[in-house]
Design a protein around this ligand. Structure first.
Ligand SMILES: [Cu+2]
Length: 285
């Protein structure tokens, strides 16, 4: 390979990640997954606190990054062999107590601050909300490869893979507590634009919550590799006004309370295509 073509190849290899980084968010959004690699803003306070925390942590990270890069570039430019001559040897000195103390203590303090802020955030936003602070209690059950949302009003909604991607409908301005459980393997509940990730673990109850101020719809995805259909295990969360929510609940109750139109002549297990797994017409669970 000639020198010129190897240089061209090297440039392409170096540019590829930059082009990918620039185009990826747009491609992801255009694909409709709704999962942008950019930092999600957080429509629910728990998500917004994470967003603020990331921004806060980015400040020391950027300062350190630019400081290190600036020092590196200074040395690269100033001490070039071409500039200093082939016999140049930089000053040979080592041991500077003050400098060494500073570059040990300062990173330690930065890490302590970041660790403390993160720990406080975990305690605040990944705890089960108290009963008296909760307006609506929804159970989210994960399975290969979908979700079942069970509401206290006796309504149960099933979302199966990509084919029946039913939304988790919640009222705006209300504290919605999600009890997370799984019937088979570990799944992960994550709607990046709303809140942080929480796992659904078989035999164990986990909690997360939502408090969304405006109507809208957000997309998410199971974030634990849970089997062959993992990629289809997508999520929709839809926030609507309280009136619309009440109307939706009433509609679901009517739909789920109505037995299938076929007469109950004998056992016809496949008669009801109801989303709920329960064969009983009563949706209470
Ligand atoms: Cu999953």
């Amino acid at each position: 390979m000639s020198y010129r073509s190897s240089r061209l190849l090297r440039r392409i290899v170096l540019a590829a990640p930059l082009v990918t980084i620039a185009l990826l968010p747009r491609a992801a959004l255009a694909a409709g997954s709704g999962l942008s690699p950019l930092l999600p803003f957080g429509e629910s306070p728990n998500g917004r606190n994470l967003y603020d925390l990331y921004n806060l942590i980015s400040i020391p990270a950027l300062v350190v990054f630019f400081l290190v890069e600036a020092l590196l570039l200074t040395i690269i430019v100033r001490d070039r062999r071409r500039r200093q001559g082939p016999d140049y040897r930089p000053p040979q000195w080592h041991g500077n107590t003050r400098l060494e103390v500073v570059w040990t203590v300062l990173p330690f303090l930065i890490l302590v601050v970041i660790g403390t802020l993160s720990f406080v955030e975990l305690q605040r936003d990944f705890q089960r909300p108290a009963d008296n602070a909760t307006d609506l209690d929804v159970t989210v059950s994960g399975h290969q490869f979908g979700w079942t949302y069970t509401y206290p009003q006796g309504v149960s909604v099933s979302s199966e893979g990509e084919t029946t991607l039913e939304p988790l409908v919640v009222p705006t301005g209300k504290m919605v507590r999600l009890r997370l459980e799984s019937v088979d393997v570990i799944h992960g509940f994550w709607v990046p634009e709303l809140m942080g990730k929480t796992d659904l673990v078989p035999g164990y109850e986990n909690y997360t919550w939502l408090k969304i101020d405006r109507p809208g719809e957000w997309r998410g995805q199971c974030t634990e590799l849970c089997g062959r259909g993992h990629n289809t295990m997508q999520l929709r969360v839809k926030a609507v006004s309280q009136e619309d929510f009440d109307a939706w609940v009433a509609e679901q109750q009517a739909k789920q309370a109505t037995p299938s139109p076929s007469p109950s002549a004998g056992a016809s297990p496949s008669a009801s295509p109801s989303a709920s797994a329960s064969p009983s017409p009563s949706p209470s669970r």
